[in-house]
Design a protein around this ligand. Structure first.
Ligand code: SAH
Length: 397
């Protein structure tokens, strides 16, 4: 018989609403013995079975539910079913079909807590972020191979959150080996190199795919400033869309080098309209203002300033600062596309911060669109925590 977690009275409610996390404080006791990653039954305080979860003794998230069906067995077949369902769900969406860069598994929202899988052509990059995911590595790899037929699977389990689960970093090939050359994907007709070994996340920000297309649609005849440009995804789409210039800023030398290689891989683009600046965005925006620069479309896609709600206050000041400077650098009628990928800052708060920034900049601005992650990064309704990326497209009068 497997071990069981007995919940405190009342704590079954969130599980019954299909929220997959059980916090340490919700656990009354553990019946039997379980090690990190073991599958345990989850029982309400009156003994009612609620589902099965992965036990994680070192984490504040003490267990993550694999299934809300107390009779479902968590085994190799379970992962085959769940992984196949995630892959099929993407194939069913016309806008995702045929994408070379695609998130196949988006953790909790795909019923696979702690598991991220991104596909770049023939390479799948896997990130395991929980004790339960770690335990089922072989089953997940087998399921991915069966569902995708990909040539190789590379593990990039080196995110900070592994530490919270008591897990060491782990990277390397789990199937197949080195590709013959760089891994390159095409996105909206633009070729991009993906550094799956050392790049951010699994190598690329797939979540901004739809928003990069929007930039392409908006860019015609506009001067573009792309802040936090990473490997140039937004910049290249802006050039493809007819931007008169694209100035891109990032403080990472390797990211800027990759961006320039990406530009060179797309000889159809007007390379002389691109300029790359290795600088701190906070400082560079001030320098641009001082120099009297102005732009028609400004993109602000900073890193996560607030990893959790505890960092929200300091993060809010940083968001306000760059958005204020952004509004000051806009031409009349100009567009500000601004993002936060901080889980600790919700859409409502983000919108308030941006409104405050516009006010302080003396800008009369309105929201044209609310933006989010692409649909291969779905958000389970029962798991609002999965919604991390939020953006606003604002126009200054
Ligand atoms: N928009 C990009 C992703 C941005 S990720 C895309 O669509 O691909 C955030 C980027 O901000 C990273 O490349 C990181 O190097 C850069 N960065 C972080 N802090 C910075 C700072 N203070 N100034 C400039 N760049 C910074």
């Amino acid at each position: 018989m497997s071990a069981a977690i007995i919940l405190m009275p009342g704590k079954e409610r969130s599980v019954m609403r299909r929220h997959p996390w059980i916090f340490a404080g919700a656990v009354a006791h553990l019946k039997g013995r379980a090690r990190a990653g073991d599958t345990v039954d989850v029982l309400a305080d009156d003994g009612r079975p609620l589902g099965r979860a992965a036990f994680s003794p070192h984490s504040q998230i003490r267990a993550r539910l694999w299934t809300f069906d107390a009779d479902e067995t968590v085994d190799h077949a379970f992962f085959k079913r769940r992984v196949a369902a995630a892959v099929t769900a993407r194939e069913a969406l016309p806008e995702l079909r045929g994408q070379q860069g695609l998130r196949l598994i988006h953790g909790e929202s795909d019923g696979l807590p702690g598991i991220i899988a991104d596909r770049y052509g023939e390479t799948v990059v896997l990130q395991l972020n929980s004790a339960g995911a770690e335990k089922w590595r072989d089953a997940i790899v087998a399921a991915l191979l069966q569902a995708t037929g990909c040539a190789r699977i590379f593990e990039r389990s080196d995110s900070d959150v592994r530490g919270l689960e008591g897990l060491e970093a782990h990277t390397g090939f789990l199937h197949g080996d080195e590709p013959a050359g760089p891994v390159v994907i095409e996105e909206h007709g633009i070729r991009l190199e993906v550094d799956f070994r050392g790049g951010h996340k699994t190598g690329f920000y797939l979540d901004q795919r739809e928003n990069r297309r929007l930039v392409r649609e908006l860019a015609n005849g506009r001067s573009v400033l792309n802040c936090f440009c990473y490997t140039g995804g937004f910049s290249l789409q802006a050039l493809a869309g007819g931007a008169t210039q694209a100035l891109s800023i990032d403080s990472s030398g390797p990211a800027l080098e990759a961006a320039q290689r990406n530009l060179a891989m797309n000889p159809q683009l007007p390379a002389r309209r691109a300029e790359w600046r290795d600088a701190d965005v906070f400082e560079e925006l001030r320098a641009l203002k001082k120099a009297g620069a102005r732009f028609d479309l400004i993109i602000l896609d900073p890193p996560k300033f607030a990893p959790s709600a505890a960092h929200a206050a300091r993060a809010a000041r940083a968001y306000k600062d760059i958005n204020l400077l952004g509004f000051r650098l806009l031409n009349p009628g100009g567009l500000l596309m601004t993002y936060s990928c901080s889980g600790g800052i919700g859409l409502e708060l983000f919108q308030k911060i941006v409104a405050g920034a516009a006010g302080d900049a003396g800008a009369d601005a309105r929201i044209l669109r609310r933006l989010s992650a692409a649909p291969d990064h779905p958000v389970a309704l029962a798991f609002p925590e999965g919604e991390y990326l939020k953006g606003l497209l604002c126009q200054a009068v």
